[in-house]
Write a protein that binds this ligand. Structure first.
Ligand SMILES: Nc1ncnc2c1ncn2[C@@H]1O[C@H](COP(=O)(O)OP(=O)(O)O[C@H]2O[C@H](CO)[C@@H](O)[C@H](O)[C@H]2O)[C@@H](O)[C@H]1O
Length: 490
């Protein structure tokens, strides 16, 4: 099968969070299974160009209609760790992708509507006719509406769309100008609630709604979250629409790229280890302590790695820091937020704990350090308010770092409490809590720290249970191929 991914991120070249990991990992798995996969991305100025091999111009003159003019684009091609990637570079005064960061601009809808339109135009003009186009999140949610309303009438009638929603909170709410810009036009038609009209703002269209209505199949990234978005407020207003379209909606648990995330060969680690050589994990723990100037004492390291967003349970992350320090553990945090108030909060805590030899907060984004933390830490906390899938707990499991998670979304599908679970003991791999208050977090984190301190052999067994889990792309890859086959023949 021939699949084209249209996305705003792909690890490690353009990654802000889990979306980038999924686009890379799924593409790799599909290729291993004998499919042809290509990825279309914006050509951001802030990409990791050192992660692209053989970058060259492959399509000089792509003209994309935008309002009532044309924007000239150049298309580049390069390999990202073996994946075939096309990068679209527009030349216009809007300067869509040369802004130093990936996201966070007032004209965000225009930037990604333009990218999506350009990706469709590129496929049309360069003769690409994939069996399936796979789009991701609100940024490329207009693929399906553009395909069925415009491009199907210009020679792309046989293409099918699978759309994956990684985060329901950000839906892409915009005014009629997006319709005029992309050539869709006809606001009275698209503002219809059965098409793209936003249910809560009658003067806006909703990109994600467009993807749900027009795509041949929609997935979210875990079975539990697929249920939550239809039955709880986690659908952020789209629950009813998903009910209406539930015949073509499902949850597919994300995988983890087991080549990129492998403690036995990870190039970012000073010491490599596996389940049989776990003692080398402690060399990485030592290296992590050295790198972050932490005391080398007999304490477990509790870690948090991730975006600092309300979604991630900011108040519980903060509490986990103080609770760990007060209960005989060290704490390491790596994260950042686009919101200055959240960053400020953590910078404040960092200043307050500056002289504490058991704590280090790193406010920023650092891929290499993230790998060392997953390997060097003993426990990883993921106290999310909602979590469509979550990759950090899966990385933790792979690296022998015991996850302590809140029972939501993919966290509930992947982590099973050591003491309270209906799973057999050998399948229990971490600690789980349910409520959103500090005490709830303490009940789980306290047990994890306690086991490390008082029952090291049992703690090691828990680590090994986690390392034996298979959260690779193997099963999800097969699942996505079944979905592609299904929509291809309809
Ligand atoms: N400061 C930092 N430095 C280095 N690395 C950092 C970092 N902050 C985050 N990362 C990395 O980014 C990834 C985060 O992935 P997650 O899936 O946990 O969260 P995210 O909310 O971004 O993804 C959304 O999409 C994914 C993919 O579908 C879903 O799993 C998830 O639930 C959903 O919220 C991990 O690889 C992590 O190591």
């Amino acid at each position: 099968m021939y699949i084209v991914m249209v996305a705003s991120e792909c690890a490690p070249v353009a990654k802000v969070g889990g979306l980038g990991d999924v686009v890379f990992g799924l593409s790799r798995e599909l290729e291993i299974r004998g499919n042809a996969v290509e990825i279309i991305l914006p050509k951001y100025d802030c990409m990791r160009y050192d992660q692209i091999w053989g970058l060259q111009v492959v399509y000089e003159d792509l003209w994309v209609t935008w309002f009532n003019r044309f924007i000239h684009c150049t298309v580049f091609f390069g390999y990202v760790h073996g994946r075939k990637c096309f990068f679209i570079e527009p030349h216009s005064e809007e300067n869509f992708f040369n802004r130093g960061t990936f996201y966070g601009f007032p004209d965000e809808h225009m930037r990604f509507a333009f990218f999506t339109k350009a990706a469709m135009e590129f496929m049309l003009k360069s003769g690409k006719r994939p069996d399936v186009i796979h789009s991701h999140d609100w940024q490329t949610a207009l693929v399906a509406p553009l395909l069925y309303e415009i491009y199907a009438h210009h020679g792309m009638a046989n293409q099918r769309v699978c759309h994956t929603i990684h985060n329901f909170k950000h839906q892409g709410i915009a005014g009629a100008n997006v319709l005029w810009a992309t050539g869709l036009g006809r606001p009275e038609y698209y503002f219809d609630l059965a098409r793209m009209g936003d249910d809560f703002n009658r003067t806006a269209i909703n990109f994600m709604k467009g993807a749900i209505v027009y795509s041949n199949f929609i997935t979210t990234v875990s079975p539990r979250h697929a249920w939550e978005v239809r039955h709880t407020e986690q659908g952020f207003g789209l629950g009813h629409l998903l009910h209406m379209h539930q015949a073509k909606f499902g949850g597919v648990l994300n995988g983890l790229d087991y080549e990129m995330w492998n403690p036995e060969s990870d190039p970012h680690l000073p010491a490599h280890y596996g389940i049989a050589t776990l003692e080398h994990k402690y060399d990485d723990k030592r290296a992590l302590r050295e790198r972050l100037w932490l005391a080398d004492n007999y304490k477990p390291i509790v870690a948090y790695v991730g975006r600092l967003d309300q979604q991630k349970g900011v108040h519980l992350i903060r509490h986990a820091i103080y609770y760990s320090l007060a209960n005989g553990a060290q704490f390491v945090l790596l994260g950042s937020s686009p919101e200055s108030s959240i960053n400020g909060q953590f910078l404040h805590i960092k200043a307050e704990l500056n002289d504490n030899p058991d704590c280090h907060l790193e406010i920023g984004y650092n891929e290499e350090l993230a790998h060392l933390i997953y390997a060097g830490a003993d426990i990883i906390v993921v106290p999310s308010m909602y979590e469509p899938c979550g990759l950090t707990q899966m990385i933790g499991l792979r690296y022998g770092t015991v996850p302590v998670v809140r029972a939501v979304g993919g966290l509930a599908d992947t982590v099973f409490d050591r003491d309270f679970s209906d799973k057999p003991p050998a399948e229990r791999n971490g600690y789980v809590f349910h409520q959103t208050d500090e005490l709830a977090l303490e009940t789980a984190l306290g047990r994890a720290i306690g086991l490390w301190q008082h029952h090291p052999d049992d703690f090691r067994e828990l680590i090994e249970n986690g390392m034996r889990c298979d959260f690779s792309w193997n099963h999800p890859g097969e699942h996505y191929l079944r979905i592609y086959e299904y929509i291809r023949h309809r």
